[in-house]
Design a protein around this ligand. Structure first.
Ligand SMILES: [Zn+2]
Length: 124
């Protein structure tokens, strides 16, 4: 994935994060902006610290979503974003647009859901 695409998805993920942060408060959302923008080396607060604090304040379900975003951002930094963590193949970009935190490509997702099919599927 090239730099422009990487930045595109980083913006989507940060926007998602900000949306969750607003549930906690405007100062949390502002902290995400401050930590997520500009050179992260020079930021007073690392984005990871902000996310950790945010996760503590959110409910279980919301903090899981925030954790997924956090992991996606880490994969962006590592350069493994957009690759399936199960088989290593690139995840279809349309799928990433729809689910920017996707860890698996469609084939692996289907395989995983099949093995989990005995458990009730969570409704969103
Ligand atoms: Zn896969």
């Amino acid at each position: 994935m090239d730099k422009a695409r990487t930045e595109h998805f980083r913006r989507i993920l940060l926007a998602e994060l900000r949306r969750h942060a607003r549930l906690v408060g405007d100062d949390q959302a502002a902290a995400i902006d401050a930590a997520g923008d500009g050179a992260k080396e020079s930021a007073d607060l690392s984005l990871r610290d902000v996310i950790e604090e945010l996760a503590l304040k959110l409910g279980e379900r919301e903090s899981q979503m925030v954790a997924d975003i956090d992991q996606a951002l880490m994969r962006l930094d590592e350069g493994s974003y957009g690759l399936c963590v199960r088989c290593g193949k690139p995840i279809n970009e349309r799928r990433l647009e729809a689910v920017p935190t996707a860890r698996y490509d469609a084939a692996c997702q289907a395989a995983i859901e099949q093995t989990n099919s005995h458990s009730p599927r969570p409704t969103i």
